[in-house]
Design a protein around this ligand. Structure first.
Ligand SMILES: [Zn+2]
Length: 316
């Protein structure tokens, strides 16, 4: 059985696979759990008589409890947010065992000490929901969820409204691709087609577009790619023209004009196109991760999702 299924079955938590988050309300306290850089965290938001939780006291109480001292590795408190780091284990079963111990201990401990469930932002004792902003889970009251998500949506809309300039972006991609072309010719003259020159071409052209155009989008990627292909062709032809000019003692301009004819007559046109294909392939290798990350980071930043909504104030 998968870890998530097994954990939910044992603990009664619900798993949200899109948010990589487990959540459940226990005895009036909202809890969320998740893996983060290979550690497992149990999170909640509580206050004690309106004040933030006392980290030292909680740590001490955890250490002195025989049942959980071996299941909880550490406790951290940031504002009202209280996070329990579950002790890692070699086996899934043992890790789940540790999680179960923590889940049994924490709500009972809160109840005993008089902690109350509260909003992470305003600290008011009330029903809270669990929401995901980017990669962070937040415990918020309905009002604060609305305010914060509105802020995010406004920021998104503003970013959306930044008028990207296709013309300026194209100039940027062109300037960037010149650097790439210089690298291709330079490496070509040194006698090899290099992955590095392709990567330089791919990265510089796309970064150039983003830098001057202010906004990268699918159109920007397409325009940059067209410019890259043209510049790869130009750079390869220039590279070969230099060789032709040397061999025939022509000037570069004449050699460039007649480069392909000369290659055809001297039966090296196959190698000419093969090196062009290689350059294009290497450029694709360089451009692809850059293009994907340019589009992907934008998506990640903007995700706001409701894991479980706050009950009070939701009905309208
Ligand atoms: Zn609040």
């Amino acid at each position: 059985m998968k870890f998530a299924e097994q954990l939910c079955e044992r603990t009664g938590f619900v798993y949200d696979p899109d948010a990589y988050l487990y959540y459940k309300e226990i005895d009036g306290y909202q809890f969320a759990m998740s893996f983060y850089s290979s550690q497992f965290y149990l999170m909640s938001c509580v206050c004690l008589d309106g004040a933030v939780p006392q980290a030292k006291q909680i740590k001490k109480d955890v250490k002195e409890n025989d049942e959980v001292k071996k299941a909880i590795k550490d406790v951290s408190v940031q504002g009202y947010r209280t996070v329990y780091i579950i002790k890692p284990a070699f086996s899934q079963a043992k890790l789940i065992e540790n999680i179960c111990k923590a889940i049994r201990f924490v709500p009972a401990y809160y109840r005993e000490k008089g902690y109350q469930n509260c909003c992470e932002y305003c600290g008011k004792v009330m029903d809270t929901g669990i929401y995901k902003f980017g990669n962070a889970a937040r415990f918020l009251c309905d009002d604060d969820y609305r305010t914060m998500s509105e802020k995010v949506f406004t920021a998104m809309a503003e970013a959306e409204q930044v008028e990207g300039s296709v013309l300026a972006g194209s100039v940027g991609a062109f300037l960037g691709s010149l650097i790439g072309a210089a690298a291709i010719v330079l490496f070509g003259q040194l006698g090899f087609v290099s992955v590095l020159s392709g990567v330089i071409m791919g990265v510089c052209a796309l970064r150039g577009y983003e830098l001057l155009g202010k906004k990268m989008n699918v159109a920007g990627v397409i325009i940059s790619c067209l410019i890259m292909v043209a510049m790869c062709y130009f750079a390869n032809r220039l590279d070969w023209s230099i060789a032709v000019a040397r061999a025939l003692e022509w000037n570069i301009a004449d050699a460039f004009m007649q480069c392909e004819d000369v290659c055809r007559y001297s039966e090296v046109i196959g190698s000419y196109y093969a090196s062009l294909a290689q350059i294009l392939l290497f450029t694709l290798l360089g451009a692809l991760p850059q293009a994907l990350s340019a589009i992907r980071t934008r998506k990640n930043e903007t995700i706001v999702s409701v894991i479980s909504a706050a009950k009070k104030g939701v009905e309208e």
